[in-house]
Design a protein around this ligand. Sequence first.
Ligand code: HEC
Length: 157
Amino acid sequence: MTHLLTLPTLLLALAACVASTTVSAHGDVTPQAVDTTGLPALGKEWRAENPFRANEPAVKIGTSAYNQNCARCHGLEAISGGIAPDLRKLDNECATQKDAAKKAACVKEIDEFFLTTVRQGRTRNGAVYMPPFEGVMNQEAIWAIKAYLETRRDKPL
Ligand code: HEC
């Protein structure tokens, strides 16, 4: 008799368990949309360079967008735990550049590299190391994340 009574409870518990496993597995890989209300609209054309450098509202939005979409792999506050590259070091090579024009060119090159990587993600030998974010985040959100990362630089420019 006790068995008959506990069976539905057991099934419910099992169902809840399966559901939560599914939710967390997907929650870990599904990129999150980012609300960029308040930032200047950048239009459809992708910019070659970050239009939001040192833009305070962009840094703020970029901080939460980073936490939602990037931190689980690249680490909280951009401090990598080792599973993905440390994004504070992204433009380290530009910091040591003395020539102002060369430094500016270096920063722009890193911007392009950053944009391409975030839009396309990273797949190697069929394995997704990083999901693509194009179509999930608009370019305002992507540049806002870059603006945030620029406040976390390992070697300030
Ligand atoms: C599922 C884990 C994961 C998520 C989420 C993720 N990344 Fe990555 N990312 C990686 C890995 C792993 C690499 C290195 C890939 C490789 O070795 O080819 C990488 C590489 C990069 C690179 C190139 C770094 C370099 O030095 O080569 C950039 C830039 C980058 N990610 C930015 C981001 C941003 C911004 C976000 C959030 C919008 C993000 N990533 C979300 C795992 C992730």
